[in-house]
Design a binder for this molecule. Structure first.
Ligand SMILES: CC(C)(COP(=O)(O)OP(=O)(O)OC[C@H]1O[C@@H](n2cnc3c(N)ncnc32)[C@H](O)[C@@H]1OP(=O)(O)O)[C@@H](O)C(=O)NCCC(=O)NCCS
Length: 177
């Protein structure tokens, strides 16, 4: 479990399949995400496979004991990690996006010792592109449908120092490898 100031990341479990599907099949939220079929058994099977694998972390984001979203760290390349599958449900607290992004960076840098980050955002997902650019993400390429971004360690640390109102210092980790 990864604990921030008010949010918790906990490993996704098979019981979360319905919740995850509800987010991923919401037409508005999934507009810029890769397609997932509305198949509960397939989602459960994916989560069962995930539980056996190493090399990625798929988290449920919780606030006050309630599930409010998901986030995933995956595709490590050298000392750079990738994150995505970032979805927050309607009714989330206003600070959830900032705190969860800062928790991803704190966990990846302080606990997993990554030194950079890479990720893709779908073209047209302007709000999310703007969100990442305010953290110092730099566009380094593009495909037909996506923009590729990178964030170096100094930008990550600068953002963490700038936004201590959302995450005061680091995260506390228990029971994860
Ligand atoms: C991606 C997602 C999790 C981001 O969460 P969000 O709550 O929409 O994020 P926002 O950009 O609206 O930011 C939330 C708040 O933080 C504020 N904020 C954002 N960046 C900020 C910054 N750098 N400094 C201060 N405040 C900031 C915003 O102004 C907003 O506050 P408001 O509600 O008072 O306007 C959410 O939009 C989502 O679930 N989208 C669908 C799935 C998706 O596209 N995921 C991304 C795949 S790459």
């Amino acid at each position: 479990m990864v604990r921030g100031d008010s949010l918790i990341f906990r490993d996704a479990a098979i019981d979360d399949a319905e919740f995850i599907l509800s987010l991923r099949t919401d037409p508005e939220k999934s507009r810029f995400l890769s397609y997932v079929s509305n198949d509960l058994e397939a989602q459960k099977a994916w989560l069962a496979r995930y539980a056996q694998e190493r090399g990625q972390a798929y988290f449920i984001i919780e606030f006050n004991g309630e599930r409010i979203g998901t986030v995933r760290l995956y595709d490590a390349r050298g000392d750079s990690f990738c994150w995505g599958s970032w979805i927050l449900k309607d009714g989330r607290p206003r600070h959830a996006a900032m705190e969860s992004a800062l928790m991803v960076y704190a966990y990846a840098v302080d606990c997993l010792e990554f030194r950079a980050c890479h990720f893709v955002v779908s073209k047209g997902n302007e709000r999310v592109i703007q969100f990442h650019e305010r953290f110092g993400a730099v566009q380094v390429g593009e495909t037909e449908l996506e923009l590729l971004f990178q964030l170096d360690l100094s930008s990550i640390q600068a953002a963490r120092r700038q936004y201590t109102e959302f995450l005061s210092s680091s995260v506390e980790v228990t029971g994860l490898q």
